[in-house]
Design a protein. Sequence first.
Length: 247
Amino acid sequence: MNINILRFDEIGSTNTEALEMARRGAAEGVAVLARRQSAGRGRLGRTWFAETDSAILFSIILRPRFELGRFPLLTLMSAVAVHDALETVAGIDCDIKWVNDVLVGEKKICGILAESTETPAGRAVVVGIGINLRASAFPPELAETATSVESETGVIVSGEGILQKLVGELSSNYAILATPVGDATIRESWTSRSSYAAGKLVRVEIGDDAIEGTTAGISDSGELRVRLHDDTIKTIQTGDVTRLRSI
Ligand code: BTN
């Protein structure tokens, strides 16, 4: 995949822009990077705020040629790419919380929003990635639950090195997905980097409902399997996972 990064000083949301570009026919690999977003979006309809230059705000257009049921694997492979870029370039030891929050300890350093849209050239997926570089990437009230590259390393980073590594990792993971063993490889990569993959006591909020249980791996298409207290397995497609402490 040829990656072509279009850089903006300010934009509403890099995801919204990339989705519009995809509908207008932009090729796979076209990406949008902004120094600031005025209408950044998070998962589950939340807003995503970051001061100018405090975060990598990046979205890339993919045009997967495989069936819809495998699309969740794109989210897993993106989290793996962020994990590896942060580890290699910044030396940060990260965790991945299902489905695609990248954490340091229990604090979030990166959020990923994958969205798909119909376009004249077929279905496109936009993967949007927000990596906190500085503490000003998130409001002070999130200091208990969020962190940044600078807070973790004590070093002022430009983000360019992380971005370049991220783009390389996204490209190679995407190429892996196109191979016959691609799905299994990406699932294994995700599982080996996530302490949430198995044996973690969690609560999962699914709309107005919530369940509690112990994580028990991911399904073929990347859904989270949770073993409930009555020993049945529930497979989660979307939801918000939080860690529960055992008493
Ligand atoms: C989450 O809720 O954890 C996902 C956050 C995703 C934020 C990124 S920042 C770049 C891209 N553009 C957006 O509007 N959202 C994503």
